[in-house]
Design a protein around this ligand. Structure first.
Ligand code: SF4
Length: 281
């Protein structure tokens, strides 16, 4: 096996990067990691576990072990999970919650959530009492947005709408974070196909860890069913994913175990909100 643990190095100052530079974050976290590209069979790192033996963490490491590793490895760093209450996020919350450790899960309420999404949040809060669900969504009301930017911004300029209600609020969250745990999967969309278990997120300048990166939606659905994990009831009504009310539509024939982003931004051709790169912003 090739060992790919290395220091991430970028030529030039930070202001040459997509993040725009200016961050005062230390490079302590970034310098620990390969970052952008981990080749097949390369180890993320050889982790010295508490018993003192080296354990390679690779893209083939079982997900439950990856999750335990993140808790041990980043215990002294500022890490948190985010969710948009998709099925993947619900499964991941369950995986962390069953380890009985305090976990913070941040979500961004856009003020355009479906009632079913709020209802799901309430069920998750009840099911996982030691998980701290924190809303860090925008404080700009829809009325204020309409006053400043015009009505129905999600139609006239959906990228700006997502920036105001998702991307910018997330930037505020990420100022206080070193490690960002997500429920992203490679097969969710072409723009996520290159996702790695661990990678440096240049937009927010944090280490991004995606334990489900190799899972398929059927794997997620199987897990959710096997473990009685709460999920959004809209998945049973033809919604493969659930975002804002204005930009999410059901997909004909879609069942809970199916995944596609066909029901998102169907009027604009937009495919990503911009939180995870892609063509959203
Ligand atoms: S998904 Fe639609 S309504 Fe929600 S923030 Fe983006 S453009 Fe606005």
């Amino acid at each position: 096996m090739d060992w790919c643990m290395a220091t991430l190095e970028r030529a030039g100052p930070c202001d040459s990067l997509p993040c725009g530079g200016g961050s005062e974050r230390t490079n302590e976290t970034r310098e620990l990691w390969v970052g952008d590209a981990l080749a097949e069979n390369c180890a993320v790192e050889t982790y010295m576990n508490p018993s003192g033996s080296g354990e390679p963490i690779t893209e083939h490491t079982p997900t439950d072990r990856v999750i335990a590793w993140t808790l041990e490895r980043f215990a002294r760093q500022r890490w948190m999970m985010t969710t948009s209450f998709g099925m993947e996020g619900c499964a991941l919350i369950d995986m962390y919650a069953r380890l009985d450790v305090p976990v913070t899960v941040v979500y961004l309420d856009t003020m355009f959530f479906f009632p079913e999404t709020h209802e799901l949040r309430d069920r998750l809060v009840e099911r996982y009492p030691h998980v701290d669900f924190v809303n860090r969504g925008t404080t700009m009301t829809p009325e204020q947005q309409a006053e400043i930017h015009g009505g129905e911004l999600w139609k006239t300029n959906p990228d700006l709408c997502c920036k105001l209600r998702k991307v910018d609020p997330m930037a505020v969250v990420m100022r206080d974070v070193d490690v960002w745990v997500t429920g992203l999967r490679r097969s969710q969309s072409p723009s996520r196909a290159g996702l790695n278990l661990v990678e440096w997120d240049w937009r927010y300048e944090v280490l991004k860890v995606s334990p489900l990166f190799k899972w398929e939606r059927t794997d997620v659905w199987d897990y959710v069913q096997a473990n009685d994990v709460p999920y959004n009831k809209l998945h049973e009504q033809g919604y493969p994913t659930v975002g804002c009310t204005h930009c999410t539509a059901p997909v004909l024939g879609s069942k809970p175990g199916d995944y596609s982003r066909d029901g998102r931004w169907i009027e604009s051709g937009k495919t990503e909100c911009g939180l995870h790169g892609g063509d959203g912003i």
